[in-house]
Ligand binder design. Structure first.
Ligand code: CA
Length: 673
């Protein structure tokens, strides 16, 4: 049957050699449509939703050592079938996903061949209600070739006039702290015009685009492991974007900037999420819809909450006594872990770590241990080093960890998207699974579908995370702005280990505004809201033991109870970089939250079921006029001034229907019902 279709198209092409062919595949409801064509011999695709163009004809194809498959191609065949997949991944935004899509396979032959031409490139496109995933299949060119080197891709994105961007610039290679970049730790630009290229190195995935008042487009990629390199977006002067490969200098120049695959073989999936509003963007599951588990879990992994001293007290806190204090703190919070950060190998030592792990066990707490990924790719001096880079040393270490009851590892300082680095991530995950260890990556790439591919993968940094709130007052001043971007960009495609929810007013060991330290601009309710907003099944919050006595009791109690794994997400309202309102469900409990980065206080109207609920608010208590007069809802002053909010908790009963809440700048609300 398939052969007949190919022959039919071939015959047609011979009779009409100059006419471009096109074929299309639509989602199950017919609204999202991908059209593939071969105009001028160049494969291209365009995207419409309800007839509105979201991507103009955009280039496809790749150049490989076995041939140039970017031009001189003819679309010779097309087949289509329906795809259905019901799956469960406990660590993503929905515990159960019902994926329904149509899959189109577009086959290209070289122009000018005879009737016997061979398919030289296939394009697979899966279209669901609001998501597109596509990848190339490179067939074997002959009877003996088994491998191919992909030199570059033509894959591009051409946006309609008037589109604006929300992007995170790629970092220069081998720069920053100890030459550890790129590590996806750059400030975003929001509502920016097209035609730029970041700081000259393009942009990291994912990228969000606003198609005027018609809707939104999110670009990302998934299913990348040791089979390919990670991609980035190269911004061109004409306003379009092209998929770029890693930079030569990354990984200290080691490894390739090309991708090696077997033939027949596949590239990773590139994903496009389209919405007339932001709901499909915030709720997308496409990063997991099209990937497969790479191995079975060696045990039942579960999410966890924990503390880590380093975020507030830095390297000086990596000593036995402080870590023991944090074990007691986690125990007091009912949390499962303490993350012992860098330098523990020399500042505490292995024997004392064993003693600490044994003490923690008596308190119902487990340790997670930090490791340097190096290796030979950057100068990060922190120990332990030279363990995680090779299977022999890594497995020996993991066996030791398993023997003393370590829960997981945080591996840091990768700084490359090359195929060799992608293989390293996968190898660390696979080895850790053999020893029942959960894995968190820092100083790393964007996880691309890894929650489903690797059951012990918990989370990754790949964001300008909480450490920057400690390092830079500017980051505190723009904390809310960035927090209002992540649910639509970075955190919607992968778990994000932000390491936040601090209740300290100041980033110093004593939480003393009179001593040096960056000052938090956001409210306590904002801190609670981000514990729900920032999705990560493993959380190490930035709270400190002093918060047991200097933070509001209701805030401490909230942090004891807040789940880290969720069954459902519901986007309610928002605008990237300005404000966000959404709800997450855990069991039969709904956490509805909002945070606000815009200057004015924002009123939010919610439609909630009748019943009792708990409100965490930064506004004056209802009816408390005296308080409203005496305590402004938000105040910010010179750098030494700590923001003041009338934050509180109240229990209420909702009669049903709409409910109005307000959130000040740098504040928010949470409703638990
Ligand atoms: Ca970092």
């Amino acid at each position: 049957m398939m052969k007949k279709i190919v022959l039919y198209f071939s015959a047609l092409l011979l009779s009409l050699p100059l006419a471009a062919r096109e074929a299309r595949v639509a989602g199950p409801d017919g609204r999202l449509v991908v059209t593939v064509s071969d105009e001028g011999g160049k494969p291209a695709y365009s995207v419409t939703y309800d007839g509105v163009t979201f991507l103009e004809p955009s280039p496809l194809g790749l150049k490989a050592d076995i041939g140039d498959f970017t031009e001189g191609l003819l679309l010779s065949g097309f087949t289509q079938n329906a795809v259905a997949d019901d799956y469960s991944v406990p660590t993503i935004k929905f515990s159960t996903v019902h994926y329904r899509a149509n899959r189109g396979v577009f086959r290209f032959v070289k122009a000018g061949g005879g009737t016997e031409e061979k398919v030289v490139l296939e394009l697979e496109v899966q279209v669901s209600a609001n998501d597109i995933a596509f990848r190339y299949k490179v067939p074997a060119p002959d009877g003996w070739t088994k491998v191919c080197r992909v030199l570059e891709e033509a894959t591009g994105y051409v946006f309609p006039e008037g589109t604006t961007s929300f992007l995170c610039p790629q970092m220069p290679p081998m720069a920053g702290f100890a030459r550890t970049t790129p590590s996806y730790e750059t400030a975003y630009t929001a509502d920016d015009s097209l035609g730029r290229n970041g700081d000259g190195y393009g942009y990291v995935f994912p990228g969000l685009f606003r198609r005027g008042d018609k809707g939104w487009i999110l670009l990302s990629e998934t299913g990348v492991h040791g089979n390919y390199c990670g991609g980035r977006l190269i911004g061109l002067a004409d306003g379009s974007y092209r998929l770029g490969f890693p930079m030569e200098e990354e990984f200290n120049g080691n490894g390739t900037v090309t991708a090696g695959i077997p033939v027949p073989g596949y590239t990773p999936w590139r994903t496009i999420t389209v919405g007339t509003d932001l709901k499909p963007i915030a709720e997308t599951t496409v990063a997991w819809d099209v990937v497969e588990p790479q191995y079975a879990p060696s045990k039942a992994y579960s999410g966890s909450k924990g503390s880590w001293s380093w975020i507030i007290k830095m390297d000086d806190s990596i000593n036995f006594d402080t870590q023991k204090e944090y074990v007691d703190f986690s125990a007091a919070m009912g949390w499962q872990t303490v993350l012992v950060d860098n330098w523990w190998d020399t500042r505490i030592g292995r024997e004392k770590i064993e003693e600490l792990a044994a003490y923690a066990r008596t308190q119902g707490v487990q340790l997670c241990l930090w490791y340097n990924s190096n290796g030979y790719w950057n100068d990060a001096p922190q120990g332990p080093r030279d363990i995680m880079d090779r299977s022999i040393t890594r497995r020996r270490e993991m066996q030791w960890m398993q023997s003393i009851g370590i829960r997981g590892v945080k591996v840091d300082f990768f700084g490359s998207d090359k195929q060799q680095t992608m293989q390293l991530y996968e190898d660390i995950l696979a080895d850790a699974n053999d020893f029942g260890l959960v894995v968190v990556f820092h100083g790393c790439t964007l996880p691309r579908g890894w929650e489903r591919m690797y059951p012990n993968f918990a989370s990754a940094e790949a964001v300008l995370a909480s450490e920057n709130l400690h390092f830079s007052q500017e980051r505190d001043d723009t904390e809310a702005f960035h927090a209002c971007l992540h649910p639509f960009i970075r955190n919607t495609v992968a778990s994000m280990d932000f390491g936040g929810s601090t209740l300290n007013k100041v980033y110093n060991a004593t939480n003393d505004p009179a001593l040096p330290g960056t000052v938090r601009r956001t409210s306590d309710v904002f801190a609670l809201a981000t514990a729900v907003l920032f999705q990560s099944p493993v959380q190490h919050f930035a709270m400190a033991p002093n918060n047991l006595t200097d933070a509001p009791q209701w805030a401490v109690d909230f942090m004891k109870d807040v789940p880290t794994q969720w069954d459902e997400i519901r986007f309610i309202d928002g605008y990237p970089g300005r404000y966000v309102v959404l709800a997450r469900r855990s069991g039969d409990k709904w956490y509805t939250l909002g945070i606000n980065a815009s200057a004015e206080t924002r009123t939010v109207t919610l439609d909630l079921p009748a019943g009792d609920y708990t409100l965490y608010s930064d506004m004056p208590l209802s009816g408390d006029k005296a308080q409203r007069r005496s305590r402004p809802a938000f105040q910010t002053g010179p750098d030494s001034t700590v923001a003041s909010f009338p934050s509180h908790q109240e229990s209420r009963t909702h009669p049903g229907g709409t409910l109005t809440v307000q959130m000040p700048c740098n504040g928010g609300f949470v409703i638990v019902q």
